[in-house]
Write a new protein. Structure first.
Length: 182
């Protein structure tokens, strides 16, 4: 098994890509990023410096994953999802000098194992998306999502729970103990 990197993709020198992973057209993987085994990065995915991506992760086309994001094993990220990393973004300081790397505070985000994020969702920094959680398409996630949580909307709100197979349940406990997922 080997790594596939499309000729149009750019993988910087000290990024690591696990066996069996596929990096498709026009992707950019920055220095210090780590991508696990058997991952797929679709067309136009941007993986910023230092980002950590687990094993068997599928990232659809045109996703931006900025510095400070950790994606655990088995996560699905739909097309055009955007992760943020700064709660107070500005181009300049109050004296109009350009902001430098030391002029902002990194907001870290974690997407836990098995979670799914629908197309066009925005994930505001500083949150954790729980294990097997599901984020509805177009949602703007501004707060932590519990394990097995199903959230939708802007801002995203908890509307129920889903098990590992994605079937809706009435409670977190029911989703966690789903007989079909055991």
């Amino acid at each position: 098994m080997s790594v596939f990197v499309h000729a149009s993709a750019e993988v910087e020198a000290d990024a690591t890509i696990g066996e069996g992973s596929r990096i498709w057209h026009l992707c950019h993987v920055r220095r210090g990023a780590s991508i696990g085994t058997d991952c797929t990065l679709g067309r136009g995915v941007f993986v910023d410096a230092g980002v950590q991506i687990g094993n068997r992760v599928k990232i659809q086309n045109y996703v931006s994953i900025f510095h400070g994001v950790t994606i655990e094993d088995g996560v699905f990220v739909g097309p055009h999802v955007c992760f943020t990393n700064d709660m107070r973004p500005r181009a300049v300081n109050t004296d109009f000098t350009p902001k430098a790397a030391d002029d902002w505070i990194l907001g870290e985000t974690r997407v836990s194992a098995g979670a799914s994020i629908g197309a066009n969702a925005t994930i505001v920094c500083g949150i954790t998306i729980g294990r097997w959680a599901m984020i509805g398409a177009g949602s703007v996630v501004t707060a932590d999502v519990p394990d097995y949580g199903l959230v939708v909307g802007n801002p995203a709100r908890l509307i129920g729970f889903v098990c590992a197979s994605g079937t809706r349940h009435d409670s977190q406990e029911s989703a966690r103990r789903c007989p079909g997922c055991q």
